[in-house]
Ligand binder design. Structure first.
Ligand code: IMP
Length: 429
């Protein structure tokens, strides 16, 4: 058996979509356990590009079954838009997609509240994707969430919606001073969604545990990244879910004893979107990343990503809190033209060197990176297929990153295509 949890080791956008796509060939199930349509996993197959927000990337493989687990928050409009788009491009979606009956639903008031709360915060805004993620998780832990299964029972749905909307409309009109939402309109729209969703809704924890008992292989597809985790990220500049490896269990109903490996995905440098501290962020004079060529725009919001040097402090933190066993290193080719490459090996804070990621954001904001500098390779790497064929300096860089995070780097990606991948070791046996 080989059940793998894949997590982002930085602030999301590590190139997980491509790595997941490569691994889906070797697994039977691909499962999303957290987040929602705030994610955007880009997969390139030949000349075709697919961006998946809610549906697991395994959908692009004929034999792979996909599950949206209980920990995900589902925006039905996006779900059906994505299904229709995939079907129109020749991807079959039928008995290869299951949705947990316990997954929470994103309703129109969640999106309005997300946008209004951000406006209310002004300069202190989080920079959310505006998809209603945090308000939906807030309702889930506040015992007023609406689950997929509720959409199949008009009486239950009506009662929950009515209660929720009474409260939300007060917030919308009295606090945020915007128009209230219409209960009947939402009811009709979402009952229709429920009817369309019915064929996918299942007890997905049971399906997965039976599959595991049967020796089937499961890939848990993490969304966002460790530094956006609601507990271990740069709080409050985080997303509302558990993006770390533990979330794969609570978000699917598969116990930790069934997980064999945790694979971390990290970029050869660092990026983030939205607000929040970022110690190694480039100043404009040294920022060599061409946002268009290097595809550093958010796959969901189209926002330009902030870019900086590789930060070993944050990745060490990610290795620790996820129990990462092995790493996939992505976008090495973006560094091809650098003369010198910097790696942040520690932070300096009030005259002291620290290597543990600080939980106190007022400390992190004052940290300055301690850099080590390495020679660049100044050669194109995008067509290299074997580790031994990489330029010596690129090998040195990979080796040094691996030493600093004390974890083997077993996959190296040098471009967005499936073929532009170097395997130092087989991950799934
Ligand atoms: P939310 O998840 O929309 O609430 O956004 C909270 C923070 O997480 C913001 O800084 C977003 O930019 C960031 N975020 C959410 N999803 C992603 C993602 O898939 N990749 C990168 N950043 C994300």
């Amino acid at each position: 058996m080989s059940n793998i949890v894949l997590v982002g080791a930085q602030w999301g956008d590590e190139g997980k979509g491509k790595i997941i796509d490569i691994l889906t060939d070797r697994v039977d199930f691909v499962v999303r356990s957290q987040g929602g349509a705030n994610a955007g996993h880009t997969v390139r197959i030949g000349e075709e590009e697919f961006v998946l927000h809610l549906i697991p990337s395994g959908i692009l493989r004929v034999k792979t079954k996909c599950i949206i687990g209980n920990g995900v928050v589902i925006e039905p409009h996006t779900l059906f838009e994505e299904i229709e788009n995939l079907v129109s491009r020749g991807i079959a979606i039928d008995d290869n997609l299951y949705i947990s009956e316990a997954a929470n639903i994103i309703l129109p008031y969640h999106k309005v509240l997300d946008v209004q709360r951000e406006k209310f915060k002004g300069e202190k805004k989080i920079g959310t994707t505006g998809r209603g993620i945090s308000p939906a998780y807030r309702d889930k832990v506040g015992y007023s969430g609406i689950r997929t299964i509720d959409l199949l029972n008009p009486e239950v749905f009506r009662q929950k919606l009515h209660m929720n909307l009474m409260e939300k409309n007060l917030l919308l009109t009295r606090i945020y001073e915007v128009e209230p939402l219409d209960e009947d309109e939402i009811f009709d729209e979402y009952i229709e969604y429920g009817g369309r969703m019915k064929k996918y809704i299942r007890n997905t924890s049971k399906i997965l545990n039976e599959a595991v008992a049967d020796g089937k292989r499961v890939l848990f597809e993490g969304a966002q990244g460790t530094l956006l985790d609601v507990d271990f990220g740069t709080y409050p500049f985080v997303t509302a879910s558990s993006t770390t490896a533990g979330g794969a269990c609570t978000g699917t109903g598969v116990g930790p004893s069934h997980i064999d490996k945790v694979l971390g995905v990290m970029k050869a440098y660092t990026t983030r979107v939205g607000s929040g501290p970022f110690p190694t962020e480039f100043t404009p004079e040294v920022d060599f990343v061409d946002r268009k060529r290097d595809r550093e725009y958010g796959a969901t919001t189209g926002r330009e990503r902030r870019c900086g040097w590789f930060d070993a402090v944050i990745v060490n933190h990610a290795v620790r809190v996820n129990g990462i066993d092995t790493i996939a290193l992505t976008k090495l080719d973006v560094l091809d033209n650098c003369d010198k490459i910097k790696i942040c090996v520690a932070y300096e804070y009030e005259g002291n060197k620290i290597t543990d990621f600080p939980f106190d954001m007022s400390v992190l904001e004052k940290c300055t990176p301690v850099y080590e500098e390495m020679e660049g390779w100044k050669r194109e790497t995008k067509n290299i297929l074997k580790y031994k064929d990489l330029p010596k300096q690129a090998g040195n860089y990979i080796q040094r990153l691996s030493e600093l995070i004390d974890t083997p780097i077993d996959i190296i990606s040098v471009g967005s295509k499936r073929s532009q991948t170097i395997f130092a070791k087989e991950i799934i046996k």
